[in-house]
Each structure stands twice: as C-alpha cells, then as structure tokens.
Design a protein around this ligand. Sequence first.
Ligand SMILES: *Cc1c(COP(=O)(O)O)cnc(C)c1O
Length: 419
Amino acid sequence: MSPEILVKTPSTSSSFTKTEFDEYVMKTYGRFPLVLERGQGCHVWDDQGREYLDFVAGIATCTLGHAHPAMVAAVTEQIQTLHHVSNLYYVRQQGELAKWLVQHSCADRAFFCNSGAEANEGAIKLARKYGHTVLNIENPIILTAQASFHGRTLATITATGQPKYQKDFNPLVPGFHYVPYNDIATLENAVADLDRDPRQVAAILLEGLQGEGGVRPGDRTYFQRIREICDQTGILLILDEVQVGMGRTGSWWGYENLGIEPDVFTSAKGLGGGIPIGAMLCKSFCDVFQPGDHASTFGGNPFACGVALAVCQTLEKENILANVREQGEHLRSGLKQIAEKFPTLVAEVRGWGLINGMELHAEASLTSADIVKAAMQEGVLLVPAGPKVVRFVPPLIVTAEEVEQVLQSIDGALSTLSA
Ligand SMILES: *Cc1c(COP(=O)(O)O)cnc(C)c1O
C-alpha cells in the first residue's frame, strides 16, 4: 500500500464509488446507498455534505455521539502513551475498567474481548465449564429464546433462536435448546424435561429486552420466576446486555428494569462508545476459569480499556442516565402520538430509555425498511429491528430539540408514505 493512501483525509476520498466498493468488499451486508464522512454529537454528514440526525449511533453503540471531547482526549492519550501490549502483563487500564464495571453492577469479575459475539462465546464457555465442574453435567445444555440475537460466530448463531441466521451454516454447535420468550410455562416444562435424570441444563441465556428480535421488553414476572428456578437448581442465569447495557435503558444495565440480578452478563456495543470492546462479567461463585481456559490477543488492551473507562466516567460524571430517562420518555410519548395519527400503519410503540421500537401492523404493506428509507429522505437515520419494527437508538446525549426534530421528520415520512 502506498503511503499517500494512509494520509488521505475524508475530504480527499471523494473518488470512492459504490461500484468500486462492491468489487472489493464481500457482500455480507445489505447497505443503504449512503457514505458518511463526518460526525459531531448526534449529527453526521454524508459525502455530498448532507446532514442527518443519527438515531442509529452505530446500532446502539456511539453512546456519547460523534467526536465527543472526552473520547478524543482518551483516544489521543492512549495512542500517545501505550495502545497495545499483551495479557502476558498486567494492564492498568484493564484493571481500572474492570473495577468500574464491578462497582457499577452486580458482578464481581470481568473478562475483556472485542465484540458482543465474543463476549457471548466467553459466557457459553464459562457456562459449559461450570456445568462440567460444578453441576457434574456430561453434556451441558444452554436454553435460549426464540427471536433472540447473540452474535454471528458459530456458537452464537446457534444460541440465536432465529433460523434465518443459521440457514446454510450446518452443522451447528450442539448443546442449545430454544424456548419462546416471555413464556414461563414452556420454560419450566423444558427445564423439567431436560433435567429428568441426568440433569443437562447448565444455563439460561436471554436478553432482558430482545433488540434485533424487535425491541421486545422482557416481563418482570417471567425473569423473576427464572431467577427463582436458577436459585433452586444451580442453573446459571446469563443475560446478554450487549445492546441494552451501559446506560441505554436509563439504568446502567437492562436487568435493573426487571428487578433481578444475573449470575453472568455480557457487554459490548455501548461499552466503548464506538471503540471495539466486549466484556463478560460474572459473580465470583461461577468464576471457574483458570489461566489458559480463555484468551484474546486484543482483549482488554490499554487503548480499548482506557477509552471505555473514559466513556463510563463521562456517562457518570455528566449524569447522562437522567437524560436517557427524560429523552426516552419524550421520544416514546411523541411516537405514541404519531402512532395515534396513523392507526392503520403503526401497531405499537415500546421500549426502555433510549431503545425504542415502532411496530407496524403485520397486515400493513409497508416494511420497517420503507420507513427507514423515508426517514433518510427527511434527514434522519434509523435502523430496522426485523421486517416490521423501526428502532430508535440515538446517542445517549441526545437533546430535547433533536428528539423534537426527529418526531417531526417521522411524522413527515409517515404522511408521505401513507399519502
Ligand atoms: C449486537 C448484538 C450482539 C453481537 O455483537 P457483535 O459486537 O456484533 O458481535 C450480541 N447480542 C446482542 C443482544 C446484540 O444486540
């Protein structure tokens, strides 16, 4: 690669075309025809200089928006001092981030990796080792939910209870069993059946709110009963906090909305505010990993951990969770008013804090992608959560004015579409 390519700034890269992109990049994504070049706060600009309000935030990831001074400072400081070493040594920033996470959650210890799927892989391995060594299960099974999403590695697409992600990738990883979400009777029956001599269930892995599956909040009574089952049997309760954690719901963790504590939980997306990092956290009683059991070259390096710590401290210091609750209410009540205006189109508005979904009627001819495209025309970026749900996951620093602007744009987009 010639050095001048490396020093190109966004403003000089306008020769880049979509055709060229498709020639060199694998087509694993269906992409909207948009090239984003710059961001500031909740706003992004495309290569034509057009401005958008970013209510995608890298899919619930850029919690502090774009180019936040605290992130700029942390990134600069880490890259100028030390960005990567190895877990052969003690990494101060890793210890500091682990301490922050433990002090702000129900967990006792953390393992760091680079993504949500990888965090869930770690949790799956931990559950299996716990099953073998503590529960004396020969072939541990993990229960997961239909319509869930846990990542794209082989084990995590198997954990994901959606056939569309598994199609063509057989053979899948053994040891998973699916149950319908928010249905306690079926879950109790599944545990009873599978644990009828010898016991097999090592863990139950769930999202507190199903994100990709359509922004579906969990029921408190469902999760509280699962907590009781796990307490009675020793089955581990693992929560996937990748999308709902790190303040997105107005609490630090999604499980706080359910009035329970998991034994193990995973984090990624918002954890680094857009810098790749993942974490798997657990209580000390199930911390069965020994040196050599699990590892990651990049996991927990000074760069990712130093930036993630700055993100955590900024969220806390600036009391951003209060903003999440306030603007979450604002957005939801505005979307509900819009839903009342378009009753044949919108079936329901739901969510926690700043993760919200607008579900279209199953019979409506429009899909969530149609709404997303119309909103883009109005200067607002949104992301589908399945074919009928439009997801709103803005940066957590979003202002009342920005929420108001998005509500007006959605109203405009729906008016145009239903005309
Ligand atoms: C996005 C997501 C993942 C996967 O995270 P990656 O970083 O893409 O591997 C896992 N679980 C949930 C709930 C997610 O929303």
